[in-house]
Design a protein around this ligand. Structure first.
Ligand code: ZN
Length: 255
């Protein structure tokens, strides 16, 4: 059975563990803490057969070198970023296969960092800090236009794609989303459900792309209601969706 599950790590990170078809091995996505992965592998009696990294930030990479050394596994990471222990640099359009796991597809999604990549595997999108449940990453190294284009690329994937993101930011993201898109009933319901999940100690991830397209303001910058909200916030006419996106991102950063 194919599955991916999130391991809570550090303050609010998720390390994603994907299991192979036979249920004998797993790969780790963005292991920011080696011990969390080692404990999980031990508890489930699985061996590690690969590591995927989406971008260079320490909370996504701090456990990589130790795990790679201990398990002698291939480490895939963005060709455009210098990350120690990455021995299989990849970039958008690349495909690779891992024994027992099948195919992985790489998508370029610059914006949060200049070389950020995402991985698509069997209906799962490992989106790192680009697309979050209910939100998106901050624009640190790229431009808002790049980030918007990256998110649009991810938005074009099949609607049933499971979005496996790098942080548990969902409630805060949806609180902002609700301010920007107050009449979106599905969004209001999602916020309630996320609050309940967190109060019960449950993760809010993975979501689906369909859910994001219906409720995530950063995928909805082409909607008139988001445009109106963004214009009201910045006091300017916003002609294009990428300008609406940039205003929404600034609004979220300031709030
Ligand atoms: Zn990051």
């Amino acid at each position: 059975m194919i599955s991916a599950e999130p391991l809570a790590a550090l303050a609010d990170n998720y390390i994603w563990m994907a299991r192979d078809h036979a249920g004998a091995a797993a790969i780790a996505v963005d292991p920011g803490d080696a011990e969390v992965v080692a404990t999980w592998l031990n508890d489930h009696r699985l061996r590690l057969s690969g590591i995927l990294v989406t971008h260079h930030h320490g909370d996504h990479t701090a456990g990589v070198a130790e795990l790679a050394e201990r398990h002698q596994v291939p480490v895939f990471g963005p060709a455009g970023e210098a990350i120690p222990a990455v021995n299989h640099p990849v970039s958008g359009g690349d495909h690779f296969a891992l024994d027992g796991f099948g195919d992985f597809r790489v998508l370029d999604c610059p914006g949060h960092t200049a070389g950020h990549i995402a991985y698509l595997w069997d209906g799962h999108l490992f989106s790192g800090d680009t697309l979050f449940a209910g939100g998106c990453g901050r624009v640190f190294e790229g431009t808002a236009g790049q980030m918007h284009a990256s998110l649009q690329r991810l938005a074009g994937l099949p609607a049933d794609t499971r979005v496996c993101c790098g942080h548990e930011y969902t409630v805060k993201n949806l609180e902002f989303a609700h301010r920007a898109d107050p009449n979106n009933e599905r969004l209001a319901q999602r916020l309630q459900a996320a609050r309940h999940a967190r109060a019960a100690g449950q993760p809010t991830v993975p979501s689906t792309l369909a859910e994001e397209l219906a409720t995530n303001p950063f995928l909805r910058a082409d909607r008139p209601e988001l445009r109106r909200s963004a214009q009201d916030w910045c006091g300017k006419d916003l002609e294009q969706a990428d300008h609406v996106f940039a205003a929404l991102r600034q609004w979220k950063d300031a709030s």
